[in-house]
Design a protein around this ligand. Structure first.
Ligand code: NAD
Ligand code: IPM
Ligand code: MN
Length: 352
């Protein structure tokens, strides 16, 4: 049965990197239907909403959704619920993709592109599991109020329930079993109540069902430091929505560039996954054709593996990315001169 991939190119470099995914997808298989919908700032400009009902419906009905990026300074003054980022958060929430897998992998050919020493990042293979549909991103109340003394007060709510913590931790433990069998759970239980609950729930689940997996608890600030001190100590790192956002950007730089890190957002079995590079719309380089498309291409690779049941093609694509890098293909962010399209072509060539 032909499967459907919904492409949401979005804004800034999103359409540039998604064009390379399209090229590669059609070279790899003619058995995949690719639909495309307007999304993010582009959708706000055209329809007055960053995520239309039509786009949302198409996402819920697809087998997998691949997003480029959304946002940009031109929408900074738009009310929050109509900003491009609201489309992204809305999509994650509606698709119920609570577990965000962000693999930080240092390809050997790129160990010198990292800002850390080769010996610190060589062999790096971390799977960050970021909780994606809860926490301070969605907690109520939130707002900016006027106070009687003339000041204003801005506030957000960090909130997690037992089941939200348990289901994302379960994903982390399951992944660890297929890897190096270690989970590090990061929170701030020393200052936050939600952190205390997080640690308790992870500890209980571990004792009940995953005692064979090594579990370590780490305060999130220490985790940030350990990531740059000795990143190879981590196997699976599970954490909340906000810490996961920050720690994954830091981990991305270990691999050479933010332009290298893909992600898969997954919900319960049988539901479509949402795939996105972890980088944004990169307004500083948008329109120049120099963005690194590998994060988007590797996000497609994750879609093939995790949603489309095509591990065979995913393996081929993964090997082609490694070969292209070994053959010296480099965009500017990883120390080379190739354009976005030339990098896509280098992967195509390596596919043979
Ligand atoms: P960003 O990730 O867009 O860019 C950060 C830096 O990394 C920039 O210097 C950029 O040029 C570079 N970079 C990012 N991707 C790259 C690539 N593929 N190749 C080469 N260089 C790359 O983050 P930002 O500047 O903080 O945010 C810009 C906008 O993107 C904001 O509106 C933000 O909300 C949005 N954003 C969207 C997503 C998403 O759609 N998933 C993710 C992050 C940020
Ligand atoms: C990410 C981004 C998003 C986030 C923004 C754009 C809403 O930074 O996907 O990492 O904070 O989740
Ligand atoms: Mn981020």
């Amino acid at each position: 049965m032909t499967q459907t991939l919904l492409l949401l190119p979005g804004d800034g470099i999103g359409p540039e990197v998604c064009a390379e995914v399209r090229k590669i997808a059609s070279a790899l298989t003619n058995d995949l239907k690719i639909d495309e919908k307007i999304y993010g700032g582009a959708s706000y400009d055209a329809h007055g909403a960053p995520l239309t009902d039509e786009t949302l419906q198409a996402a819920l009905e697809a087998d997998a959704v691949l997003m480029g990026a959304c946002g940009g300074p031109q929408w900074a003054k738009v009310p929050r619920h109509l900003r491009p980022e609201a489309a992204l958060l809305g999509l994650r929430k509606e698709m119920q993709v609570y577990a965000n897998l962000r693999p930080a992998l240092c390809f050997d050919a790129l160990a010198d592109a990292s800002s850390l020493k080769r010996e610190v990042v060589a062999g790096l293979d971390i799977m960050i599991v970021r909780e994606l549909t809860g926490g301070v991103y969605f907690g109520e109340p939130r707002g900016i109020d006027d106070m009687p003394d003339g000041q204003r007060r801005g506030y957000d709510t960090q909130v997690y329930t037992t089941s939200e913590i348990e289901r994302v931790s379960r994903v982390a433990f399951e992944l660890a079993r297929g890897r190096r069998n270690k989970v590090t759970s990061a929170e701030k239980s020393n200052v936050m109540e939600s952190g205390v609950l997080w640690r308790e729930v992870v500890t209980d689940l571990h004792a009940r069902e995953y005692a064979d997996v090594e579990l370590e608890h780490m305060l999130a600030d220490n985790a940030a430091m350990q990531l740059v001190r000795r990143p190879t100590q981590f196997d699976v790192l599970v954490t909340d929505n906000l810490f996961g956002d920050i720690l994954s950007d830091a981990a991305a730089q270990l691999t050479g560039s933010l332009g290298m890190l893909p992600s898969a957002a997954l919900g319960d079995a049988g539901k479509p996954g949402l795939y996105e590079p972890i980088h944004g719309s990169a307004p500083d380089i948008a329109g120049q054709g120099i963005a690194n498309p590998l994060a988007a291409i590797l996000s497609f690779e994750m879609a093939l593996r995790w949603s489309l049941d095509r591990a065979d093609i995913a393996d081929r694509l993964y090997a082609a990315v490694i070969k292209a890098l070994e053959d010296g293909a480099r965009t500017r962010d990883i120390g080379g001169q190739l354009t976005t399209a030339q990098m896509g072509d280098a992967v195509l060539k390596a596919l043979g």
